[in-house]
Design a protein around this ligand. Sequence first.
Ligand SMILES: [Zn+2]
Length: 196
Amino acid sequence: MTNFSEHEFRKQPWFDQNNFPGFDQAIPMKSIVIYCFDPRAAGIPKAVAEYFGDEVYPGENILDEAGNNVGSTQSLFTLSNAGGRAIGALQSVATMNYLFNNLERLVVVHHSFCGATAFEPDQLIGKFHDHFHADISTMWDHDDLAILNYEQSIRHDVELLRSSPATPKKMKIYGFFYDINSGKLTEVLRDIPTEN
Ligand SMILES: [Zn+2]
């Protein structure tokens, strides 16, 4: 049996999980971009980094003198799922806001000719019922399953992130549309909390 526990932070004598300051010193994580895992949409993180102008993407890993991989210069983190939907991102948003203290932006990007525009929610649910003999009809809000209208899906996801307890109130949330043919990124809306 192989035991990998020696690779856990909690098992290191120098690590104190009850006085965890965050990993900000190792990685200057500032933003999370949520987008579709369609390979044609792979240009989205770079386009988002260029749009904001103050992000590092891709970054470089940082090695210590012993050659250990101890950090990165990257500030923009990528989060891909089917359609680039907010519902699939919440666990990561919560976890990263525990591990890092300086997260500022959540960015949702839906792209042209996304597979999620090829069906309506009832068709996905129906296929599972007929072909796989499984009922997924109550697993998700049906607005999270398909993209019927880009403006509505982008707005839905920005609002879902804003209303989730997994999103700290301080975070800025942006919704974009990305054209996979031209690479053009268009901001659809932003939700910036008022500072006080
Ligand atoms: Zn897609």
